[in-house]
Design a protein around this ligand. Structure first.
Ligand code: AMP
Ligand code: GLY
Length: 437
């Protein structure tokens, strides 16, 4: 061991708690369970798939209140908490946990504004010369319409706050932008719609990059490609994401290094300048435009379903790396290795998703998971007779790896046929960018 290097802290890592109930949280739990020294992984509240993964169990505190969850973490002597979704991060769950002495992977409320306020995050990008589309903020319909009139071009309309992926309207005409402005201020987004941003429309392929941060330093994960639209051919309404694959070949190793210098490092430095010690994931959604890459959004957590595609690529060190980030000492983490295969994820959604997903349908799963094939549950629960039933829009995802994308997609799609529930639907063209279809 080099002089001054502290011993690998991971030997102290035995019990982990992951907050969340989606496919993202199950895939993180599954990846962490590969680490030999971890004894138990609690997913709080988890879903009906959680207990299928080695060492993983659901933790359902009597009340879902923050205080109860924190009490449980202390009672169970949890060494590391990972907060999956954006809402508890934006509400300050990490702050409260840290105040109670817990070691947490996930930013404080202040850092979570990167995702929870588009105005805040755009300002951070401008202050730090991070390339992004031009924008204007408005706090009333009148103010927004004036900006639109002055610009006299269709603008993208985004509500400022968290809107579960429904707060963005990409407009083709000025009339559509006007309608989107009125809709954003209609009250249907609650306080998330108190402010909007109007953004210049940009064009180009989209790709997402991710950094694991310890407040000062970061390491970068393989890039991934999401599929936000509901329907094949990238049509239909935006969803949380219908499938993903990684590593996205749109970005090679050199590009990723350049994007780290151009976007990820300046973002972490910009946060630090605001006295924010950002511990967690910086997720940058990019558009590769003809005038260079531009950030279209930041998220303060792993993407869902990108995470499901990424987790099978993580080496066994992943748990130690997250723990080191959470302790603010990434320099003591073992080197994170990546499986060199291609990994793909296809989401099976419930009838009516994304508007009003049907719940309560019995799910039949006849898939033998193995080291190259996983089924990560998301919107699932069990009925009184212990049957697995649907309980959310994105019900589950089938994830597969192969030495090329065609093999990985063939494996995933052939196993998706072994899953059924009433109204199940999925896109058949996930990965069309990298497959011969
Ligand atoms: P977001 O929720 O911010 O990721 O936006 C959802 C989707 O809207 C993105 O994946 C893009 O396809 C699209 N989008 C967002 N901002 C812009 C923009 N400025 N120009 C064109 N499309 C955009
Ligand atoms: N899949 C996009 C997101 O997690 O925001």
């Amino acid at each position: 061991m080099a002089k001054n290097q502290k011993p690998d802290a991971s030997s102290e890592l035995r019990r982990i708690l992951i907050v969340g109930n989606g496919g993202r949280e199950n895939s993180i739990a599954w990846a962490l369970s590969k680490n030999q020294s971890i004894e138990q992984i609690y997913v709080c509240p988890g879903n009906s798939g959680t207990a299928n993964y080695k060492k993983c169990i659901c933790l359902k505190p009597k009340t879902g209140e923050e205080k109860t969850i924190i009490d449980e973490c202390q009672r169970l002597q949890i060494n590391l908490v990972i907060i999956g979704p954006e809402v508890p991060l934006a509400e300050g769950l990490a702050n409260k946990m840290r105040e109670r002495g817990l070691t947490v992977f996930g930013p404080d409320k202040e850092g979570a504004q990167l995702e929870a306020s588009k105005d805040w995050s755009k300002a951070l990008m401008i202050e730090n010369n991070i390339p992004t589309a031009k924008y204007w903020a408005a706090e009333s319909t009148e103010e927004a319409l004036e900006i639109l009139e002055e610009f006299n071009q269709p603008l993208v309309i985004k509500v400022d706050g968290l809107a579960a992926g429904k707060g963005v309207t990409v407009c083709e005409t000025i009339e559509q932008s006007k309608l989107a402005i009125r809709d954003a201020f209609s009250g249907k987004f609650g306080s998330a719609g108190n402010k909007i941003i109007l953004e210049e429309k940009i064009e180009g392929p989209e790709v997402s990059i991710f950094a694991l941060c310890d407040g000062e330093k970061l390491i970068v994960l393989p890039p991934a490609q999401d599929h936000k639209r509901l329907l094949e051919g990238d049509n239909g309404p935006n969803t949380g994401g219908m499938g993903a694959y990684a590593p996205a070949p749109l970005i090679n190793e050199k590009d990723l290094e350049d994007l780290t210098e151009l976007i990820l490092i300046p973002t972490l430095k910009g946060l630090k300048k605001k006295n924010i010690k950002y511990i967690g994931v910086i997720y940058a959604g990019l558009m590769l435009t003809s005038s260079g890459p531009k950030v279209i959004e930041f998220n303060c957590r792993f993407g869902d379903p990108e995470c499901q595609a990424l987790m099978p690529l993580m080496g066994e060190e992943f748990a130690s790396v997250l723990f080191s980030c959470a302790r603010g000492e990434l320099e003591n983490a073992p080197k994170l290795t990546f499986n060199s295969e291609c990994s793909v994820c296809i989401v099976a959604a419930a009838k009516g998703y994304p508007e009003s997903p049907q719940k309560g349908d019995r799910i039949n799963i006849d898939v033998d998971s193995n080291s190259s094939l996983q089924v990560f549950h998301a919107g699932t629960s069990t009925d009184k007779s212990d049957n697995i039933i649907t309980s959310g829009g994105r019900v589950l995802s089938v994830v597969a790896q192969g030495d090329n994308f065609d093999k990985a997609f063939d494996l995933a799609y052939s196993n998706l046929k072994k899953i059924s529930f009433d109204g199940m639907h999925f896109r058949r063209d996930i990965g069309h960018q990298v497959r011969d279809i």
